[in-house]
Write a protein that binds this ligand. Sequence first.
Ligand SMILES: Cc1cc2nc3c(=O)[nH]c(=O)nc-3n(C[C@H](O)[C@H](O)[C@H](O)COP(=O)(O)OP(=O)(O)OC[C@H]3O[C@@H](n4cnc5c(N)ncnc54)[C@H](O)[C@@H]3O)c2cc1C
Length: 557
Amino acid sequence: MPVETAPPPPHQNESAFPRLDEEDLECLRAIACCQQYQDGDIVFRAGDPDIDFFVVESGALEILNPTANNAHVVTHGPGEFAGDIDLLTRRPVIVTAVAQGRTRLLRVAGDRLRDLLNKVPRISERLMVAFQMRRELLSKAGIAGLKVVGPGKCRDTTVVREFLHKNFVPFTWYDSASDEGRAAMTEWGSPRKSPVIECGGGKLLINPTLRELAKGAGVWRHCPDQTADLVVIGAGPAGMAAAVYGASEGLDTIVLDRLGPGGQAAGSSRIENFIGFPAGLSGADLAVRGVLQMLKFGAKMVAPVSVDRLEAGKKPGDPLSLHLDCGATLHANAVLVATGVGWRKLVAEGAERYERAGIYYACTAVEALLHADQDVAVVGAGNSAGQAAMYLATCCRGRRVHMLVRSTLGPAMSDYLVKRIRSTSNIEVHEGVEVTAVRGGRQIDEVELKSRDNPELRKTLPLGAVFVFIGAEPHVGFLPDSVARDNLGYLLTGADAVATGRWPLKDREPCPLETTLPGLLAAGDVRSASTKRVGFAVGDGSLAITCVHRLRTTQSQ
Ligand SMILES: Cc1cc2nc3c(=O)[nH]c(=O)nc-3n(C[C@H](O)[C@H](O)[C@H](O)COP(=O)(O)OP(=O)(O)OC[C@H]3O[C@@H](n4cnc5c(N)ncnc54)[C@H](O)[C@@H]3O)c2cc1C
């Protein structure tokens, strides 16, 4: 059950609630208008989209959390300001601000603030840190944002929770079997279907599609139809890095993702090999930081939107057309495919039936904690499987984690992970086995394994969930055949593209990340011969921008 606690008062959180000094205020006054409020006036209300930035000049501004019965969150005094990451995402705010006494505020329009963040690093640094910390504090306080009620081990509820988690929409989930869940359902007139999501202002969504949910949560604005210098497909590490570099170097950049930011990396509980983070950082943290950075520089992020089909122009060098599942078609001279890979599905009797309701292809807090009191299995022997096993074993010490490996643990995994797994007492490694069946009723009860050496040798393990990381396939199905792939389906670029004999232009070579379709670049996991790691994807995404500049130069000649 969530615990209702207010974040510590401002003086204990100087980074989250800094006081701007006179120099900062002078800078803001140049772009602000001054507004007077009386005691009790609402300055902004939870649910208002795209709010402006407010700084207290005199008086006070109280912040209330309507999801927790308008609990007091904090009071901003002179020199302090309201707002968090929604000033960058432009999504509806999750708190309400009320003037206390006669109050004078500086009001800065959202787009002018975003412009200032790029121009004045000293203000940018303090605001960006404060925005992120405030959101963290509010989320940790327990009750914030949307209310979700649905059965825990149900596919539709998991999809809703995963989507909100991935798009860092604050929400509180109640199992429909819990007292709070039952009370909420009764209050909402006992809808026959679930999950039910209360989006604020009394608006209810009942078992919504992803797009309806995205609209209700303020994540989705509209189907993009504008032209851009660069369209990036995929907001994993490669796509986000490209957007940060592209937008910061003045390219009008739009990023499309079918789910939300972070890509596979968002499914990692702790990334320990990404330079600059010696203590590691969670994939969710990397996603929030990455997306805020690209929004700060002016890139646009659209999700959930899938590129259904990419079409080449009539002749080489003509703009490419992207047909989106929301109905629009975008045209661009430079497109970066950063769509990464998807996990191969577990082929075993019963596996499909339990997908997202016991069989998972990700391991974030959403899935891991659902089965906190049950033994679980991880299938696979790569780094992703290893990380998942460690996370599942350490987040819930009382459970046993079975690692199911077809051959032996080691060759496909970083040495440090192998050592940790071997020395973790509640992980048991089963080598030389394959999953043949997943059985149960409404939920998984047991998994059957067979020995690879002796297929007659079978055993069953009583388990509540199976986490699958067994090899990847590139997301390239939306690309035309003119884009050359290697024998595993990964996209060939640069010299490898030329070597296929299918590069169509005589007057120039492709740039290192350009595919056999001029103007179409590929970066990250989806690219043939790339190293499938966060750091490499980030490097690839950044290199793509050098290619875009080269393309623009040749296209303008
Ligand atoms: C559980 C897990 C843990 C990991 N841990 C580590 C680690 O600790 N260290 C490390 O270095 N690496 C780790 N990795 C690997 C790392 O996450 C990947 O190498 C990296 O995310 C690849 O980045 P990418 O941007 O190329 O692709 P991805 O991260 O796969 O992102 C691709 C994006 O494209 C989107 N997309 C796909 N098709 C479409 C379409 N048609 N239209 C719109 N959008 C589309 C997807 O939704 C996705 O968001 C881990 C991977 C997993 C799964």
